[in-house]
Design a binder for this molecule. Sequence first.
Ligand SMILES: CC(=O)N[C@H]1[C@@H](OP(=O)(O)OP(=O)(O)OC[C@H]2O[C@@H](n3ccc(=O)[nH]c3=O)[C@H](O)[C@@H]2O)O[C@H](CO)[C@@H](O)[C@@H]1O[C@H](C)C(=O)N[C@@H](C)C(=O)N[C@H](CCC(=O)O)C(=O)O
Ligand SMILES: Nc1ncnc2c1ncn2[C@@H]1O[C@H](COP(=O)(O)OP(=O)(O)OP(=O)(O)O)[C@@H](O)[C@H]1O
Length: 508
Amino acid sequence: MKAFQLIALLQEHDLYQSNSLKSDDVSFESLAYDSRNVSENGLFICKGKNFSVDYLKQAIANGATSYLAETDYSDVFSVPGIIVNDVRKAMSLAAQLFFGFPQNDLFLIGYTGTKGKTTSTYFTHNILEHAHPGEVAMFSTIDRIVGQGAKNQFKAHLTTAESFDLFKEMREAVDNGAKYLVMEVASQAYLLDRVYGLQFDVGIFLDITPDHIGINEHPNFANYLFCKQQLLLNSRNVVINADTDHFDEVLAAAQVSTAPDHIFTYGMNSDSASVSITDNQASLTASTFNLVVNSDNPMLASLAQTYNVSVPGDFNQSNASAAILATAIAGASADDMQYGLANTKVPGRMQFTRTKNHGTIYVDYAHDWGSMNALLGFLSTQFPDQRVIAVLGSTGDKGEDRREGFARALNDFADVAYLTADDPGHEDPIKIAEEIDSHIDHSKVDTTIVPKREDAIRQAITGASNTDLVVLAGKGEDKYQKVNGVDTPYPSDPVVAANVLESLADEA
Ligand SMILES: CC(=O)N[C@H]1[C@@H](OP(=O)(O)OP(=O)(O)OC[C@H]2O[C@@H](n3ccc(=O)[nH]c3=O)[C@H](O)[C@@H]2O)O[C@H](CO)[C@@H](O)[C@@H]1O[C@H](C)C(=O)N[C@@H](C)C(=O)N[C@H](CCC(=O)O)C(=O)O
Ligand SMILES: Nc1ncnc2c1ncn2[C@@H]1O[C@H](COP(=O)(O)OP(=O)(O)OP(=O)(O)O)[C@@H](O)[C@H]1O
């Protein structure tokens, strides 16, 4: 990457301020935002609220020959700098340039929403993989897929990676033959300019409920909604859930930059949506629905079919419909969609085990009011004769208002609750459980506080009869508990449940 190319790009975006390079013809052979990862002849990016000049010092010692920053450090270091007025935006552009604009070789699908991003991303990946085997990359909260084989699949650190990592992984995917990329776009991605300058072929808005508001996240709900809407403003085609809260505002935001024939909507029994979900039938382990096409757009005509979804929950029919529209725009057939939806499992999302004597056990990632309400509401309304037994906690150090929300969902839909630890952080898990408990209506919910999660799961499963629905909520397949700033090893909910069933001689 030549310095003059970067400077020209920064100027185009009104980000450039000055430089102290001897010549703008110099090249950089590496780029890094972490001083520990700098290599020879590198450009080091100084960013972040915890940034310290010591990192720049270390970067120089490790081979940085220049830096990109909002602050001019020429009175401290002799190494020259490129000074900009917004280093996060500049980092995204530098990464795109350094990795050769990999997005230009990809059909790019992005999902935003408080809930359903990971599930819809998995659905989309599997539909497109059926249509184009080996050509579909996926960046989800759980994992990244940048090519074939185990070496090209790895765990994710963030839902949406820092721009540098994002474009690096995109480059790897393109070099491995990817032509499609489906990714989750967290609201923080726009808050922190991780996807600055990126144009999506399809941007999908799944839903919004208050969450992710607080220190290190969004200052208020208006900012959370604003950031989510940015995906629509940066997408050529837009798909919106007609049943989402704030639908009118979301649609109005999309209409600012997208022509009406590139805006698609879906909803439950909604005549005004482009496609509507009808005749939905749910079992404990799967569901089926029909899609009715209300639009005269010929691209949608073949979507009027029956679809089977192998991840239970009526909310997953909504996620499936989003994936159907997104992949239709990408050129997939109804056959690809039917195959993909019927053959997708999502780790830690509505993962179920049917036992012989202790009911059906669900491991699910629900960890805020919106998801808990959808999950418990689905089970208790669809299967009103079966008891719902929930095991849950609430994370420490953040989202305190989730605690009251969990109690509300339990009051509305649960019969029995075991309140326990879920990433307590620097807080006492018993105090968190007591806070949830203080909002519970004990005439409706039989509640027990059990500090250790393994014990809570054991008690819940042991006490369940063969018609009960046992929900282990919040941690999915996580193999750790965050305690006092440390990821403390934890076997994971599915493993704990399997061990309990083994000891009860009640494996499915
Ligand atoms: C608030 C926030 O998003 N912070 C992210 C951000 O931190 P930051 O830019 O403030 O960086 P920092 O941690 O203050 O460090 C300053 C800089 O010094 C560098 N450094 C640090 C140490 C050193 O020795 N040398 C060095 O150069 C760091 O690499 C960094 O560039 O950049 C870091 C990586 O560069 C991220 O790890 C970090 O995510 C934190 C861990 C986080 O938890 N973020 C959450 C809120 C988040 O982004 N969540 C979303 C949404 C999830 C959802 O929808 O559910 C996500 O996309 O995951
Ligand atoms: N459309 C939906 N509406 C409400 N709840 C949902 C929906 N889809 C999934 N859920 C619930 O939310 C949980 C998380 O789902 P998923 O991982 O797909 O969403 P996400 O947006 O990636 O979540 P997060 O941001 O918490 O990682 C599920 O385990 C389920 O309980």
